[in-house]
Ligand binder design. Structure first.
Ligand SMILES: [Zn+2]
Length: 232
């Protein structure tokens, strides 16, 4: 279990196991509407209390748990706005939450993107009492003392065009929790029980990154056995 902190928030998070990952994949394959309720369902599967969290926090938290369970690198398919080709890009999802630059106890963090029309919700003082200079200074202070979420990631296409991929996408976030389909997960179960003699319960309790290592080693062993058979 690891402690995950930002602003005034603190969580104890741990990687999910293969059984939980399988439940998530089944949920996402049956899900017809990727809305906030779907995110809440995933958080319940993971046993996380989410009622006080904003959507930005929920998504950032899911990416964080994904990065410790599967890995920090996420492959995303995206269409280049210039050449219109669909390509795979590798994104680092470990740096979505940006800690505040300054600590100011008077600023109330709402844990979402700052919007000027919501300024009153960040402070107890009446913002209508402020003169223009004070108002501008307050905006600057708020922006520097709240947690930010970096969902936009820069990528560069082979054609030379740079563009941004937005990770604030519920479907993308939920799908990222497994880099394998349900069929591929079942194949792992089959191979690990048949060749490596693990029980189904052993595989259930493996972390996804651990299962990936064991499968890679198993494939290597099978390849060597096949090669030595051929050379005889
Ligand atoms: Zn392109």
């Amino acid at each position: 279990m690891i402690e995950y902190k930002y602003g005034n928030r603190k969580f104890n998070i741990s990687p999910y196991d293969t059984k939980t990952q399988k439940d998530i994949v089944i949920f996402s394959e049956l899900c017809s509407d990727f809305n906030e309720e779907a995110v809440d369902n995933i958080l319940s599967i993971l046993g996380i209390q989410y009622n006080h969290l904003t959507l930005d926090e929920k998504l950032a938290l899911l990416y964080k748990i994904r990065s410790i369970s599967v890995g920090e690198k996420l492959i995303v398919n995206s269409i280049c706005p210039n050449c219109k080709n669909k390509q795979m890009f590798e994104l680092d999802i470990s740096d979505i939450v940006i800690q505040p630059e300054i600590v100011d106890d008077k600023i109330i963090d709402n844990y979402q993107e700052f919007r000027e029309e919501d300024i009153q919700s960040y402070v107890q003082e009446d913002v209508n009492e402020l003169d223009l200079d004070e108002y501008d200074r307050l905006i600057d202070k708020i922006k520097r003392s709240i947690v930010k979420f970096n969902f936009l990631h820069d990528v560069r296409c082979v054609c030379g065009q740079s563009f941004k991929i937005n990770l604030k996408d519920i479907k993308l976030c939920i799908k990222s929790l497994s880099d394998e389909s349900l069929k591929a997960i079942y194949e792992s179960y089959n191979n690990l029980t048949y060749y490596s003699h693990y029980t189904k319960m052993d595989v259930d309790s493996m972390y996804p990154f651990e299962r990936a290592i064991l499968i890679a080693m198993l494939n290597e062993t099978i390849k060597k056995i096949n090669e030595s058979r051929k050379s005889k």
